[in-house]
Design a protein around this ligand. Structure first.
Ligand code: S3P
Length: 467
């Protein structure tokens, strides 16, 4: 191995070793002072997965900076290696992906274990459906509970064959099509993962693949496909969009600069809105308009939140967020906003618990099929810490008192990183500390979360500590 190439810091073998350590309980309590200073959150998870996948399907060497080195993305890196791409990390954090060209991946020698990552599993299913070989996808207990029928159904149309456990659950065996047909599919649910699976499958089919979404969802796949040289057309279709891709392009290696993940920025952002006298700067956060529903909602709630230094980097809008502690009021979040903040509801619910008045978040059915049933688990997190909360159909209703909740509960995180971080943010403001049963899954999307939050809270006894 050349001296400037070092292996990835953490391999999946090490990840499994970490999982065998057993649960890691953690406690959050009020910091002695405000949150302040200037921080940077890890790279965007959605863009990181896609950069590794598109780089593996391109001809030439793709350079990725700012890649999220969280467990979910490391699983994708390992999977792309198993499929024949060369994926290496330089000592300075630059990732190099030597791709095999569209349709050029090869049969993996073993099962592909995607850990906790639904994005990795679903997008890979799309890639594998139009490659003429056999592969099996599996994941951890959380991922093995999640529905894969939503990708199996459209992908069957290309000629691939699938065998899964009952209800379309992993492990999933895929026999990719030898001569894939292009797809023409209307998504029954607004899901960027399913849309992306269809587009990735269509890459190795002749003709035009078309996918219509009922509401616009994050468009990182479309942006990156163009960036790598594919022809993609997008047009409005009712309340949603129609996306068309010309199949079998020659994707050319392209450099990718991964912005900070707005879904990760959400945690220090909400914490700074709630902890007295806080003022925090979060640098280089992705501001793709299909990801910024949380920021719009917090602004409606009265948040003092502004953006500086807005720019375009690597084809995505990026800016620095300035957040100042604010008195929040309850609001109504309309269902059409869900796709642009689908991962942010647990932490929005924490903000709502401290706001004055009722917040009603509508149309959250998709939260039931995330890393956990996030609708039920978010309500349980709040109820266990003295907050009045209801689930009515697919709506979450939080009654805020304009003051910190009591706290004192221990939150069951159900292998869900976003629940774990939301509960810890709650514990920074409640009267009594809040515990979580297991902090291990935070590393799937936000390695370094605990140190970063303790750093923002300054000197003194740490606010987040082992229980
Ligand atoms: C993602 C899409 C969303 C989101 C997930 C990442 C993506 O899922 O919840 O964390 O990268 O495409 P759905 O598309 O299933 O809503």
């Amino acid at each position: 191995m050349p001296p400037d190439r070092v292996p990835v810091k953490r391999t999946t073998a090490m990840l499994s070793a970490a999982a065998m350590e057993g649960p890691r309980p953690l406690l959050a309590r009020r910091p002695s002072g405000p949150l302040s200073g200037s921080i940077q959150v890890p790279g965007d998870k959605s863009i990181s997965h896609r950069a590794l996948m598109f780089g593996s399907l391109a001809v030439g060497e793709t350079h990725i900076t700012g890649l999220l080195e969280g467990e979910d993305v490391l699983r994708t890196a390992d999977a792309m290696r198993s499929l024949g791409a060369t994926v290496a990390r330089d000592a300075d954090g630059l990732w190099r992906v030597a791709g095999r060209g569209v349709g050029g991946l090869c049969e993996p020698a073993d099962v592909l274990d995607m850990g906790n990552s639904g994005t990795a599993a679903r997008l890979l299913a799309g890639i594998l459906a139009s490659h003429p070989f056999f592969a099996v996808l599996t994941g951890d207990a959380s991922l093995r509970r999640r529905p894969m029928q939503r990708v199996i159904e459209p992908l069957r149309g290309c000629g691939a064959r699938f065998a899964a456990r009952e209800g379309g659950r992993l492990p999933l065996a895929i026999e990719g099509a030898a001569a894939a047909l292009p797809l023409d599919y209307r998504l029954p649910v607004a899901s960027a993962q399913v849309k992306s699976a269809v587009l990735l499958c269509g890459l190795n089919a002749p003709g035009v693949t078309a996918v219509e979404e009922p509401q616009p969802t994050r468009d990182h796949s479309e942006n990156m496909l163009r960036h790598f040289g594919a022809e993609v057309w997008v047009e409005a279709a009712g309340a949603g969009r129609m996306i068309r891709l010309r199949g079998q392009p020659e994707l050319r290696a392209a450099d990718v600069v991964v912005p900070g993940d707005p879904s990760s920025a959400a945690f220090p952002l909400v914490a700074a809105l709630l902890v007295p006298d806080s003022r925090l700067r979060i640098n280089g956060v992705g501001l793709n308009p299909l990801r910024t529903g949380l920021f719009a909602t917090l602004n409606e709630m009265g948040a003092r939140l502004s953006v500086e230094n807005e720019r375009v980097a690597g084809g995505e809008r990026v800016g620095d967020l300035i957040v100042v502690q604010s008195a929040l009021r309850g609001v109504d979040v309309p269902p059409e906003r869900v796709p642009s903040m689908v991962d942010e509801f647990p932490v929005l619910a924490v903000a709502a618990a401290c706001a004055q008045g009722q917040t009603r978040m509508r149309g959250l059915h998709e939260l039931r099929v995330k890393e956990s049933d996030r609708l039920t688990a978010t309500a349980a997190m709040l109820a266990g810490n003295g907050v009045q909360v209801e689930v009515s159909g697919d709506d979450l209703i939080v009654h805020g008192k304009g003051a910190p909740p009591v706290g004192g509960g221990v939150v069951a995180t159900h292998m869900d990183h976003r629940l774990a971080m939301s509960a810890l943010v709650l514990g920074l403001v409640t009267d009594q500390p809040v515990g979580i049963d297991d902090a291990r899954f935070i590393d799937t999307s936000f390695p370094g979360f605990v140190a970063l939050m303790n750093g923002a809270a300054g000197e003194g006894t740490p606010a987040l500590l082992a229980a």
